[in-house]
Design a protein around this ligand. Structure first.
Ligand code: ADP
Ligand code: MG
Length: 266
């Protein structure tokens, strides 16, 4: 079974797309089979993966709205992961979906056909709690929430947590918060540590230990259509995302073999 993660936060600019692209590349580096789904009409994950959003034959729009089999819209990237790309067409999907049967579960149904092809499916959500994000949350087993540790960071988090709870109840009981990821992290900033402490208090061990530092290489890499791991593999950003992939896969391995992860009896 694939692990399906929705990378969601209705705030823009918190590092969702950067996390999707770099996590996908890092999971590939640890020999996982990965599909990245771009569910944002801005198509940043598509461009950041080296695929031109203006040249797409088929995209996530066709899968969601026209019911195209998922495999037909998937392309291979130079970074070793597969991509279901997106572009501006997807903004129409939001409205078109409203009148459709099973409008929340179109992506979930489409992904059923892929069963077994991937170890991880990562979904890049748009910066809003709209029908596209709802589709990602209905399809996912976990939500990964990137957060910038700044003054307004926690504002809006309760709306996201409420949405997750509603979807858990109504459509997808499997859904859980997979992890909270601190992005653009600057430990010298005292506000960062205050917000970090609050996150730790509220989310406990769901807060990833790995923090993603503010790193210019992460911001530059997308204009070359590459994950940081390819653009500058020694950069702090690339290394941090490798660490995140490691933390994630270790957690999953531990959950699969609980006898190896429980507290050691004295
Ligand atoms: P979102 O998808 O949540 O809107 P992005 O991943 O597109 O956010 O990031 C917003 C901007 O910040 C982009 O220009 C991106 O390159 C930059 N960025 C993201 N993470 C980092 C980081 N850790 N260090 C420096 N710049 C970053
Ligand atoms: Mg984005």
């Amino acid at each position: 079974m694939s692990k399906i993660f929705a990378v969601a936060n209705q705030k823009g600019g918190v590092g969702k797309t950067t996390t999707c692209v770099n996590l996908a590349a890092s999971l590939v580096a640890s020999r996982r089979r990965v599909l990245l789904i771009d569910l944002d009409p801005q198509g940043n994950a598509t461009m950041g993966s080296g695929v031109d959003k203006n040249e797409l034959q088929l995209s996530s729009y066709d899968v969601l709205v026209a019911g195209l089999p998922a495999r037909k819209a998937i392309v291979t990237t130079a970074s070793g992961y597969d991509l279901m790309p997106a572009n501006g067409d997807l903004s129409a999907a939001e409205v078109e979906l409203l009148d459709m049967d099973g409008r929340e579960s179109r992506l979930r149904r489409a992904l059923r056909d892929l069963n077994g092809d991937y170890d991880y499916i990562v979904v890049d959500c748009p910066p809003s709690l709209n029908m596209l994000t709802v589709n990602a949350l209905c399809a996912a087993s976990g939500v990964l929430i990137p957060m910038q540790c700044e003054y307004y960071a926690l504002e809006g988090l309760s709306a996201l947590v409420d949405t997750i709870t509603q979807i858990q109840r109504a459509a997808n009981p499997e859904l859980k918060i997979e992890g909270i990821l601190r992005t653009m992290y600057d430990p010298r900033n005292s506000l960062t540590s205050d917000v970090s402490d609050q996150l730790s208090e509220y989310f406990g061990d769901r807060l990833y230990r790995t923090c993603i530092p503010r790193n210019v290489r992460l911001a530059e890499a997308p204009s070359f259509g590459k994950p940081a791991l390819e653009y500058d593999r020694h950069s702090k950003g690339a290394i941090a995302y490798l660490a995140l992939a490691g933390e994630m896969t270790r957690r999953h391995a531990a959950n699969r073999n609980p006898s190896h992860s429980g507290p050691v009896a004295e």
